[in-house]
Design a protein around this ligand. Sequence first.
Ligand SMILES: Cc1cc2nc3c(=O)[nH]c(=O)nc-3n(C[C@H](O)[C@H](O)[C@H](O)COP(=O)(O)OP(=O)(O)OC[C@H]3O[C@@H](n4cnc5c(N)ncnc54)[C@H](O)[C@@H]3O)c2cc1C
Length: 405
Amino acid sequence: MTQTIETLIIGAGVIGSSTAMHLAKLGMTGIRVIDLDMEGTLSSSELNAGGVRATWVQPINIQMSKITIDYFAQVADEVGYKPCGYLWLHPESRWSPALQARERQLEMGWPVEAWDVAQLRNRVPFLDKTDGIAGAIFAPRDGLINPNLLKNHYREVARSLGVEFEDRTVLRETRYEKNSQSRVHAICERFEKVMSHETKLEIASSELKDLGRSKVEYHAQRVINCAGPWASRVANILGYSVPSQPVRRQVCIFDGRDVDLTPYGMIVDTSGVYFHPEAMNGLAGFANADEPAGVHFEYDGERFFEERIWPALYERSTAFERLKHVTGWAGLYEVSPDECGIIGGARSGIFEAHSFSGHGVMHSYAAGLALAEEIVFGKSKTLDISSLSGSRFEAGKLIHENLVI
Ligand SMILES: Cc1cc2nc3c(=O)[nH]c(=O)nc-3n(C[C@H](O)[C@H](O)[C@H](O)COP(=O)(O)OP(=O)(O)OC[C@H]3O[C@@H](n4cnc5c(N)ncnc54)[C@H](O)[C@@H]3O)c2cc1C
């Protein structure tokens, strides 16, 4: 089966869905989004912690979050946005850079407070073990979102504007046609039946075989790589390279019966452990630096909680001494060499938006908007994304963002 379309987007996570929505809002037609797994068991958009913040060092990251969170505030009920704040606890070594970053965030119009330890104890009384804390940064418009609602919101708006989504469809091979409008021929495999997580994983990791009747060929003017942690693999199929890698990241749900976390938002401890309320429980995560790159979805279970999470929380509050592990899961960060996203043109007929290195939800609206403007107008009008081009790595123009978790 061969279909001629204008734009083929690979990946229907928050980035692919946002990009599709913005292209359609700008009047483009013939947009198709394919995904092996729209349900999302392989997708970071379904497996993340739901934190959104503009408390960054780099202006481009502050701007992308600001634009995105401003949009979340407009559709708050639909996407579950709660401006409950991010509270960063900083040790002495990071306090001065955090205060400098705050100056920039304020200059760029993002409200951020700096608290000394006495103010911290007053505002968040359950944090009663403050050893090692030099000060805290609190940004009241940062907060939490429901990533599943967000993904579906982008998809619904896109669908209402004519975008078509194809589930259980995986990109396998690409050919390029010279001197033709539909210059990219994307050969895909489509699966009829609902698949288990293991089967999807096997398919995502396997090579092209004889596709037989399951083959679908799209002839498109452009293809956009929005494959998240699979972006480097998809780039190889599209004939270029991406220097990013998938890295497993785990989060757990804990029962914190001695403290009510619901009045608070995200709290980032000096140890790097972050936590926030999750229904009647708490959700905590930690991005351990010793995690090897690769596609790994196994959750370490109680061991993750006992070794990585609970010791740090125990040191922060007497209310955390009796925490209990409930459950948890692992997903993939899509980590670029400077831990910032990659957005723009990749080669003739190919565009990309991926590698948000653990912060794609909070950049999703702005990333989709900027890329759509670049495609439609030849240049993004709302924000200058030239510093996020994939060519920056070869040119040695890396963006050094220090406030990554
Ligand atoms: C544990 C964890 C916590 C996180 N916490 C936060 C947070 O608090 N805040 C935040 O902003 N971000 C967070 N993130 C990061 C965030 O989830 C990601 O940056 C974001 O979801 C990336 O979205 P995406 O659309 O680029 O990728 P994905 O959601 O992964 O979507 C890519 C899609 O591409 C599809 N695909 C891949 N290869 C192919 C192919 N060949 N053919 C067809 N389809 C294909 C996949 O099936 C997948 O659905 C976290 C991530 C993890 C893992």
